[in-house]
Design a protein around this ligand. Structure first.
Ligand SMILES: N[C@@H](CCC(=O)N[C@@H](CS)C(=O)NCC(=O)O)C(=O)O
Length: 202
């Protein structure tokens, strides 16, 4: 197997952290998004949607989408469980991970895509839409702070994939100049805790 990765990008980081939590090592191939390598024909054969991460299995199967890749490894190596345990727990982890991905990561990504030099010429940018997404992302930080007032981790009392998605979203938000603020103590407490795990450096 090998993982098509780009060190600076938030979605591949989700997979790297997940693998680190599991103690799994996978060879990585860097796809330099700054050099637009995702658009090269050779990579389009790996993922026609031209995005990383992608996991290529030894039989040539290419699995894109961070969560799909993480689910593959969760089955290959169930311990420690990062997608929840029993039916209720798994459903709650899924709920929180989707909320974080669709709302927080979605707003941060769209804010960046539609306003940054990095994506200029690569996507049709709508700067007003980007600014709206940045404002929404700031609101999501407040919402996550409220969520974390009631629990240790995003989906409850155990570290899960929802924390990984949230950490990568919060850290990536610095590209839209958004950081946890002093009036978000729960978000700050959680961020310090998950950042202190060795996996955060993956
Ligand atoms: N939903 C996908 C998103 C993948 C994605 O957007 N990857 C970004 C890097 S974080 C990318 O490859 N962007 C290249 C581009 O948009 O051209 C996932 O969860 O893996």
């Amino acid at each position: 197997v090998k993982l098509y990765d780009f060190k600076q990008a938030p979605n591949p980081r989700r997979v790297r952290i997940f693998l680190a939590e599991k103690g799994i090592e996978v060879p990585m191939v860097q796809v330099d998004l700054g050099k637009r390598e995702q658009r090269e024909e050779s990579f389009q054969r790996i993922n026609p949607l031209m995005r990383v991460p992608v996991l290529e299995l030894d039989d040539g199967t290419c699995i894109a989408e961070s969560v799909a890749i993480c689910r593959y490894f969760e089955v290959v190596q169930p311990e420690p469980p990062l997608f929840g345990t029993d039916a209720k727990d798994q459903a709650l982890v899924e709920m929180w991970n989707r909320r974080i991905e669709l709302n927080l990561m979605g707003n941060v990504s769209a804010g960046f895509r539609h306003t940054s030099e990095f994506f200029a010429g690569l996507v049709e940018q709508v700067p007003d839409w980007g600014e709206q997404n940045k404002r929404n992302a700031a609101k999501e930080f407040g919402w996550l702070n409220d969520v974390l007032a009631e629990r240790e981790f995003v989906a409850g009392d155990r570290y899960t994939i929802a924390d990984i998605t949230a950490l990568c979203s919060v850290d990536f938000a610095k590209v839209i100049k958004l950081r946890p603020t002093e009036d978000q103590p729960h978000l700050q407490r959680w961020h310090a805790a998950v950042s202190a795990r060795p996996s955060a450096g993956a």
